[in-house]
Design a protein around this ligand. Sequence first.
Ligand SMILES: *[C@@H]1O[C@H](CO)[C@@H](O)[C@H](O)[C@H]1NC(C)=O
Ligand SMILES: *[C@@H]1O[C@H](CO)[C@@H](O)[C@H](O)[C@H]1NC(C)=O
Length: 297
Amino acid sequence: MKTPQIIRESPVLLLQLQLLLLLTGVCIDGYKPVIIVHGILDGPKQFSTLAFHINKVHPGTEVTVIDLYDSWASLEPMWKQVQGFKKAFDSIVQKAPDGVHLVCFSQGGLICRALLSMAPDHNVHTFVSLSSPLAGQYGDTEYLRKVFPDCTKKLVFHFCYNRVGQKVSICNYWNDPHHRPRYLQGNSFLAMLNGDRPHNDMKAWRENFLRIKKLVLIGGPDDGVITPWQSSHFGFYDSDENIVEMRNQETYKNDTFGLKMLDTRGDMSVCVHSGVKHIQWHSNYTVFSTCIEKWLT
Ligand SMILES: *[C@@H]1O[C@H](CO)[C@@H](O)[C@H](O)[C@H]1NC(C)=O
Ligand SMILES: *[C@@H]1O[C@H](CO)[C@@H](O)[C@H](O)[C@H]1NC(C)=O
């Protein structure tokens, strides 16, 4: 009774096998999907040029700009946004067994940093952080004026470092170098993510983050928004507002979240460009071709 059944089923099985081989072939030859996470007060619309550039050099790449927390909704708390973005991210990743690339702009870079730390089995190959305040933000910028019209950088800490303030995304990565203890105690996002304030999940978060194959850090001195601009490369102010570059940061030296490991593994690429304003990073072709293109295969 059994033999005929197998014979009857085998053509279907063979077809499935052929289809599977075909699909695998397509996936190996094709480019990995690219997921883009937008920044503060913007959304998918701003990234059409970048998507165009990617498809021009890598035809057929599936590029998704996650359409969540656009515009003013980008001021929602970071942890809440991370949850939302993670759902969208997971559903794309499930359909991409060979992995994906993440390109994250400005505030989006921190959302991606958090997302990668909290995804134990993610398959992100390249993580491009495009002018993100990775070590925090401390500056009087047009964005600060939009959100806190009557407030200068010196006073923002009064509002930011408490429960109410932490409900605004900017406060989640506001890093006032003159009020370090208040930052360490009152910041519920960046201080945890970068291990400035040690916590029990740090080891697991580090391992998850280290699953990426390549970290690409992009930024430059004419950015005009990310302050100090070196924050885009994990550098930041000390209490005298002198720049302490990434490799001299305590979290780097302690390898708190895997930065040093990525660096020693040879999996960190640092790109500096002058002459690029904050909102131009994602559409500047020179930046794309020199810093991003080669990692999106
Ligand atoms: C770095 O390590 C030193 C020595 O173990 C420790 O005292 C300090 O708190 C650590 N700092 C961070 C940011 O992890
Ligand atoms: C694009 O990037 C190049 C290289 O850094 C820079 O010189 C140029 O000013 C930029 N152009 C724009 C429009 O941002």
